[in-house]
Ligand binder design. Structure first.
Ligand code: PEP
Length: 251
């Protein structure tokens, strides 16, 4: 039985004060409504240290939104895995579609980031997902297979246990369009079959595969009730404590 994981990707939102306010509100809501799932927040880099202090003693866990695959050096503007660890992160989102499509991240870079994150003791939330044109021309499974297998190239059966996969159809991110529960389930089941082929059935049954793409309290229940959907990676709806909580209580 897989425990569901609900993660909030704050993206480039919330300065320090707004981050503190959101965390305090969420903590208060969680005191009154015990979550049956794992809860992760991924604030911007500038709020991570403060967030780490604020969540101490609560059930909220901390993740970052990105990292570089090198340890240190002349990479202006970048942040390393050990910096994230020392800021209190347990998780890191890797290969989000905005990183792939706006910042040009390739499968190869994403694979290097996953390896570096794991070696630093961070758990990657590894994002995959097809574009609308790819869905329309019937190549969704090809894209998902390529992204999954390239991203996991050289990752061992022990390491995959520390990776969460997030299926996020790009056409559903921030657009208000959600994949139907059956469209999402179909891809999740395909991803689990890829994991099964590579790592064995037992391992595949334990891998967490989140769905992401305009998840909100009013569509989360049906999505989260699908066999292979083990949680959600939430963007817009995690920026308000009550709507994020509205998803958490459904998991
Ligand atoms: C995301 O950023 O990963 C995401 C799924 O965003 P939204 O929920 O806003 O579509």
């Amino acid at each position: 039985m897989r425990k569901k994981v609900i993660a909030g990707n704050w993206k480039m939102n919330n300065d320090l004060q707004a981050s503190e306010n959101l965390i305090v509100e969420l903590k208060n809501l969680l005191l009154n409504n015990k979550a049956n799932c794992e809860v992760i927040i991924c604030p911007p880099f500038t709020s991570l240290s403060e967030a780490s202090k604020l969540i101490d003693g609560s059930e909220i866990k901390l993740g970052a939104q990105n990292m570089h695959f090198e340890d240190s050096g002349a990479f202006t503007g970048e942040v390393s895995s050990s910096m994230l660890k020392s800021a209190g992160c347990e998780f890191v989102i890797i290969g989000h579609s905005e990183r792939r499509h706006i910042f040009g991240e390739t499968d190869e870079m994403i694979n290097k980031k996953i390896k570096k994150a794991l070696s630093a003791g961070l758990k990657p939330i590894f994002c995959i997902g097809e574009l609308l044109a790819e869905r329309d021309n019937g190549t969704t499974n090809d894209v998902i297979k390529r992204q999954t297998l390239n991203g996991l190239d050289g990752i061992s059966v022990d390491q995959i246990k520390n990776i969460i996969i997030a299926y996020e159809p790009v056409w559903a991110i921030g657009t208000g369009k959600t994949a139907t529960p059956s469209q999402a389930q179909e891809v999740h089941s395909f991803v689990r079959s890829l994991i099964s082929d590579k790592y064995g059935k037992k391992t595949a049954e334990n891998v967490i595969i989140q769905y992401g793409g305009s998840v909100k309290p009013d569509n989360a229940k049906e999505l989260l009730s699908q066999n292979d959907i083990d949680g959600a990676l939430v963007g817009g709806a995690c920026l308000k404590a009550d709507s994020f909580m509205g998803i958490i209580i459904l998991a």
